[in-house]
Design a protein around this ligand. Sequence first.
Ligand code: PLP
Length: 374
Amino acid sequence: MAGIVPFVDLVAQYESIAEEIDRAFHEVTASAQYILGARVEQFEQEFAHYVGAEHAVGVGSGLDALRLGLLALEIGPGDEVIIPANTYIATALAVSEVGADVVLVDCDPATYNIDPDAVAAAVTPRTRALLPVHFTGQAAAMRPLLELATAKSLVVVEDAAQAHGTRYEGRPCGSLGKLACFSFYPGKNLGAYGDGGMVTTSDTTLVERTRRLRNYGERAKYEHVVKGVNSRLDGLQAAFLSVKLPHLASWNEARLRHADAYIRELDGVGDLAWQQRSDSSTHVYHLFVIETKERDALRTFLTERGIHTGIHYPIPIHLQEAYRDLGLGRGAFPHTERLAEETLSLPMYPELTEAQIVSITNTIREFFATRRSR
Ligand SMILES: Cc1ncc(COP(=O)(O)O)c(C=O)c1O
């Protein structure tokens, strides 16, 4: 047994870079640049470069990156934004918060990402934007979505909250749409030690607008040109993220190795299946997701043996109380609903050990062996 296996282990990651992080902490506290400032600008440049965009704007969270990005695009009341039904609720909330209408479409059951044919069918004269999510760390089918957007004069906004480092047809996520939004929530592939987010874009007008929106709509000190908000990446988080960014490629490689090991070890076990890899995209495995009809029993079995798992996501947006106003019931998005019932996310973080993976996969095998013998 490898003892308790957490779903993510942020302490193990901190310990591996503690010296660098502690130094960054002392540098920022010595400079007292806590809000925006040089470290934020430095990280914005590093991150923009990393994702192949001209500009990046650090904001308070992934949700705010989406919200301010949509506001910068002047999307609001009367507009429709098409998003996947299979995503975290933040994607929908950002659309609602700017006053636009959320239009959900189902996912491809093999890749779990938004189904481009369903997107095409959902476009109306009120559609302004397509907002695909690179779900679990694998890029959405961007080529057909970008083609559709060009044909219909729509903008594409990437929700890249789960896709730091993912490449689609060789190009980094974050540089594919008009604008892209990242989250630095601690458990993300590139996570801060608190909330944080980033908008990336190569459009100078959009970058200007987003910069103003995040800081009270200021053009210059005490000169407010729009009704902005307070949503700024802080100096400490930026400094921590600058320390972490050079490690991201090797962390993502470790995640991929762990996913390969899971697939190898679990092949043919019970009724298990998993998310299909797309030929057009790399996968940074923010999450490693398995499917089984016995999801809930398997989850309990693993929990009882100290193996922590997650469900992404147990209640689809259209079945959430907050979105009752959409008037959509069970059956509206069958693929998303099935995934909500049958998927389970296994422990996934770079520092996961071989022994832990063996323990997890052996326990899963044991579960299915006991089911067979009943
Ligand atoms: C797909 C997706 N979009 C948006 C968000 C929102 O990010 P945050 O939690 O930083 O606001 C998250 C993560 O939480 C996410 O997974």
